[in-house]
Write a protein that binds this ligand. Structure first.
Ligand SMILES: NCc1[nH]cc(CCC(=O)O)c1CC(=O)O
Length: 332
């Protein structure tokens, strides 16, 4: 499209900005509650709400509390909640077997939410890091992360989540070929309607720091994740990964982190037109919430602006820790 306009003064751009009513008429994008996926942190116990120090306003919730949270989210109109477990360190092992335990925290919470709150979609996380004593998303063998052995484990984890009732499976591990393997296993077990939202373009990012605190993986992690997560310098590679994952059967794709990667969101949406999501990650949340707490920015305005920008960049939706807060504002 080539924008065309008459020269000044026939064209005065400020004419279409002169009042709230006129600005509303020419607004190109909208943010709505239906765009939100709410990531929440789980922990064991009962009646527990435990603040996450590096994410002001975010708490780890025991299962009874997460059911309450899901009920509230559903009543606000939030379509999906995404579960991340804080695993007791005594359950973390090098073989990561807790990841596919049918009764692990994530699967137990999924069943509890699906029972009590049928009208919210449950998304789960596929990766070994919450269960790995070495903190990586895959197995660690001789200091390396073996791809194919890890994919076998991710498939077991996927099936345990589908059996627990997960609606959307979110592989965040960045192993090659996992989408195809997961899709085939889901199909073979009759889970034809279980969706896959692939973390297709996931970058090795410093913005995940507070999340690793929240799930207790910071202390455990040996080394970094640069042999499987993407180099922040790359953009063409993101398109190749998205194409690969769509061809393997992903229903939806994600770019992660969000705000520093809006150019990737736009390229992905333009190139494939697939349902495209961004993850406004823990460090992005912490920057806004932390600055707001100090009185350095208007937290509410910054939150709304940041989320609108994802829509402008072509995203169909956003995973954001701000979901309930923003839903309350949007609902008036
Ligand atoms: N499988 C790990 C995982 N899943 C979601 C996040 C980050 C989310 C956030 O920072 O909010 C991470 C962190 C990582 O890759 O180390």
């Amino acid at each position: 499209m080539t924008p065309s306009q008459a020269p000044f003064p026939a064209t005065r751009f400020r004419r279409t900005r002169q009042s709230a009513q006129i600005r509303a008429l020419v607004q190109e994008n909208t943010l709505s509650v239906g765009d939100l996926i709410w990531p929440v942190f789980l922990r064991d116990g009962k009646d527990v709400r435990e603040p996450v120090a590096s994410m002001p306003g975010v708490e780890r919730l025991s299962i009874d509390k997460v059911v309450e949270a899901a009920r509230e989210a559903a009543s606000l109109g939030i379509p999906a909640i995404c579960l991340f477990p804080y695993t007791d360190p005594s359950k973390k092992t090098e073989d990561c077997a807790e990841a596919w335990n049918p009764d692990n925290l994530s699967n137990t919470a999924t069943r509890a939410i699906k029972d009590a709150v049928p009208d919210i979609a449950v998304m789960t996380d596929v990766a070994l890091d919450p269960y790995n004593s070495l903190g990586h998303d895959g197995f660690v063998v001789d200091g390396k992360i073996p791809n194919d052995e890890t994919v076998e484990a991710l498939v077991k984890q996927t099936l345990s989540q589908a059996r627990a009732g997960a609606d959307i499976i979110g592989p965040s591990d960045m192993m090659d070929s996992r989408i195809g393997a997961m899709r085939a296993a889901l199909e073979a077990e009759g889970f034809k309607d279980v969706m896959i939202l692939s973390y297709a373009a996931k970058y090795a990012s410093a913005f995940y720091g507070p999340f690793r605190d929240a799930v207790g993986a910071s202390g455990a992690l040996v080394g970094d994740k640069t042999t499987y997560q993407m180099n922040p310098a790359n953009s063409d590679e993101a398109l190749r990964l998205v194409e690969r994952d769509l061809r393997e059967g992903a229903d939806m794709v994600m770019v992660k982190p969000g705000m520093p990667y809006l150019d990737i969101c736009r390229r992905v949406k333009d190139a494939f037109g697939a349902p495209t999501y961004a993850y406004q990650v823990s460090g992005e949340y912490a920057m806004i919430a932390g600055a707001a707490q100090n009185g350095w920015i208007d937290g509410q305005k910054a939150m709304l602006e940041s989320l609108m920008c994802f829509k402008r960049a072509g995203c169909d939706g956003v995973l954001t820790y701000f979901a309930p807060q923003v839903a309350r504002i949007l609902n008036g």
